[in-house]
Design a protein around this ligand. Structure first.
Ligand code: ATP
Length: 494
């Protein structure tokens, strides 16, 4: 079986997700709200399965990882210490030529009057004079914010609002090949307190990780953790993204699955490598095709100043290779920052060296929604041979594991089917459907990604056997209805 490449695969997936109850646009009856999504009955199960698998694989199955759940609203000082207030604040521009990253206001701004030859540049807070300018005003003038010159009146010809921003150039290499400014003030603000005026400004967290760092000491003490050890957390994060889109790939409210794995600094390279491999394999174990996954190591100039190394795990979406997760060696940066800002001791007592040390940290930061989009995109299959659309989800992530169907709505078949369904749903996510033709009912479940179907037919009335249908191969075998739970448990390896 081959998977067909669609013309507009994302549109088809979005429509299937809506049709089958995976994902709806938020507040749809009011026209929707951009980049917010609601997960319907099937979506919430799929999402929960992803989170449960992560929690099992990363937290509970490991002797040296514990979990936590920190609050979304935290002390504003957390975000000062973490650097988010400072570095998530301004629009940043990347120079495509020399890779220099700078704040938009640091770019060389060229202004020009649209009705006379008057022009000037603002470079590093100073007005760069030229002949035209000097003739009127002399030289070496300090400029205000470049922003204030946009559409200002021309001091030369008196044109009203005729001074326009002509272009931006890189302050380092002068190139005009620049990325659009990216707003780094990504944090949503809200207020603690009765009235907005008297209230304290707080932020909706833009990542879950800081909740882990600020609880470092609490967890080391109470969990009696010994290096190397990890703390995992799943939770909502919020970013006031400027550019959103590609369905649930980039939204303003999303969920993260983050692990902070603390290590002795001298062992960080070893653990970094370990987690890059572990996490890459994790997506393959979720059934994602390995040739649609790749690792992308960040180049030196791309790295944040505190990160020693960083690798993204990327998936080949219909809109191009895009990040699913970042794994970074953040060294002691986060703990150091919180030690400095809070004045508290966030160290670890190393009994071997009889010394208090600040551990380094390897971070694995993955998105629940992006993982879900990956799984859905990868599983989407148009089976032209049988004129159906199938979500080839592995049983572990499939929202419904088995559907139970009476072939027809009479002769006692619905009663038998319901009894089987009642039995099955005690053990696994099952669904009962007696509406419409059997073919239509199968197709609905193929689109929902349900791996197995049990059908009660006339032979069931004679010998107590039912058919068990495999979603992908369409193979049907007969099993005793009394063995349904056992057979399915084996097939699903639950
Ligand atoms: P991008 O470059 O795509 O904006 P990022 O590098 O800013 O991502 P991180 O800060 O490393 O992302 O966040 C870790 C993970 O959280 C991402 O790999 C992604 O899976 C998820 N994530 C981040 N921002 C969003 C978003 N706006 N919508 C959905 N998931 C997100």
């Amino acid at each position: 079986m081959t998977r067909k490449q669609n013309n507009k695969p994302m549109d088809k997936l979005v429509s299937l997700c809506k049709r089958r109850g995976f994902i709806f646009q938020s507040s749809e009856i009011y026209g929707g709200i951009t980049s917010c999504w609601d997960y319907g009955p099937l979506g919430v199960e799929l999402k929960r399965n992803i989170k449960n698998i992560w929690w099992h694989d990363i937290v509970t199955s490991r002797a040296n990882v514990v979990g936590m759940d920190s609050s979304i609203l935290m002390h504003p000082k957390v975000w000062e210490a973490s650097g988010h207030v400072e570095y998530f604040h301004d629009p940043l521009i990347d120079c495509k030529n020399c890779k220099y990253r700078f704040r938009e206001d640091k770019a060389v701004h060229s202004f020009k009057c649209s009705s006379c030859p008057f022009n000037f540049k603002i470079n590093n807070g100073k007005i760069e004079v030229n002949d035209e300018f000097e003739k009127h005003f002399g030289g070496d003038l300090f400029a205000g914010e470049p922003e204030t010159y946009k559409n200002s009146d021309c001091p030369n010809c008196g044109g009203v609002g005729t001074v326009k921003l002509e272009r931006l150039n890189c302050p380092k290499c002068g190139s005009s090949e620049l990325s659009p400014p990216r707003q780094f003030n990504l944090m949503f603000k809200t207020h603690f307190g009765a009235s907005e005026e008297s209230a304290t400004e707080v932020y909706l967290r833009p990542e879950t990780a800081q909740g882990i760092f600020v609880n470092f000491d609490n967890i080391v003490t109470t969990a009696r953790a010994k290096l190397p050890f990890g703390i995992g957390q799943i939770g909502k994060a919020f970013r006031n993204e400027i550019v959103t889109g590609n369905f649930i790939f980039r939204s303003r409210e999303f969920e993260q699955m983050e692990l902070e794995f603390f290590v002795k600094s001298e062992e960080s390279a070893k653990w970094y490598k370990y987690w890059v491999n572990e996490r890459f394999d994790w997506y393959k174990r979720l059934g994602v095709r390995s040739d649609y996954l790749r690792l992308r190591q960040h180049a030196k100039e791309e790295l944040a100043h505190y990160a020693k190394s960083c690798t993204d795990i990327e998936y080949r979406f219909p809109f191009g290779w895009s990040e699913l997760e970042g794994i970074a060696d953040r060294q002691t940066f986060d703990l150091d920052q919180h030690i400095k800002a809070s004045g508290k001791k966030l160290s670890y007592f190393d009994s071997l060296s009889n010394n208090h040390i600040i551990p380094g940290v390897i971070e694995s930061s993955a998105g629940v929604d992006r993982t879900m989009l990956t799984i859905l995109t990868d599983a989407y299959w148009e089976d032209d041979e049988h004129d159906r659309v199938v979500l080839r989800l592995i049983p572990k992530v499939a929202p419904i594991k088995v559907v139970v169907l009476p072939l027809v709505n009479r002769d006692g078949m619905p009663e038998i089917a319901k009894a089987i369904f009642d039995d099955l749903r005690k053990h696994m996510a099952a669904f009962y459907d007696q509406g419409g033709s059997i073919g239509r009912r199968y197709r609905r479940q193929d689109e929902a990604g349900t791996p197995f179907g049990i059908t009660v037919d006339s032979q069931t009335l004679e010998d107590g056997t039912v058919t068990l249908r495999d979603r992908d191969s369409l193979e049907q075998i007969r099993i005793s209805k009394d063995n349904a739970v056992k057979v399915l448990q084996e097939k699903l390896a639950l």
